[in-house]
Design a protein around this ligand. Structure first.
Ligand code: 4NP
Length: 157
């Protein structure tokens, strides 16, 4: 099973989501491939935002080695599921899809907490550290729910 986390810049929310899901999968002994990307090109090659690094570190998760990259159409072939952080990311990713199979891979991550509500993970970029704590807590719950609901065999191969 291969999962891609997507936000706008790939420096605040999606690298946190990547680190959290990888950490949870390892703790549960599940074999998952996890990656992240941004819909925009602004921050390509940069490490995660210092506050994403900080909040992850406070939970024992090291995301310092991650580097931002841009989402590309080939990602539809490389990943089984593509989790987007907000409705704007959803539109941007769906626009690059070529068929129904690709569109079906794209999901709003907060629907793992409140199914069908189409809620967005708030962008912490413009605020202070509290926003990063809030985003961590949301993503931690969403990733936990996501792992609980994976088909049993998909994460053991
Ligand atoms: P992210 O946050 O999408 O969670 O990585 C942002 C990072 C950078 C910008 C916007 C959002 N920016 O405008 O540069």
């Amino acid at each position: 099973m291969k999962i891609l986390m997507v936000c706008l810049g790939n420096i605040c929310r999606s690298p946190l989501a990547e680190g959290i899901l990888r950490n949870q999968a390892e703790n549960k002994g599940l074999k998952l491939t996890v990656d992240s990307a941004g819909t925009a090109s602004y921050h390509i090659g940069e490490p995660p935002h210092k506050d994403s690094i900080r909040v992850a570190g406070e939970h024992g998760i090291d995301i310092t080695g991650l580097r931002a990259r841009q989402f590309k159409a080939e990602d539809f072939d490389s990943f089984d599921r593509i989790y987007v952080m907000d409705t704007s990311n959803y539109s941007d990713v769906i626009r690059l899809a070529n068929n129904e199979n690709q569109r079906n891979k794209v999901r709003l991550i907060l629907n793992e907490i409140h199914p069908g509500k189409d809620e967005s993970v708030p962008d912490p970029w413009y605020g202070g550290y509290d926003g990063y704590i809030q985003v961590f807590d949301l993503l931690n719950t969403a990733c936990n729910n996501l792992l609980e609901q994976l088909p049993a065999k998909s994460s053991t191969i």
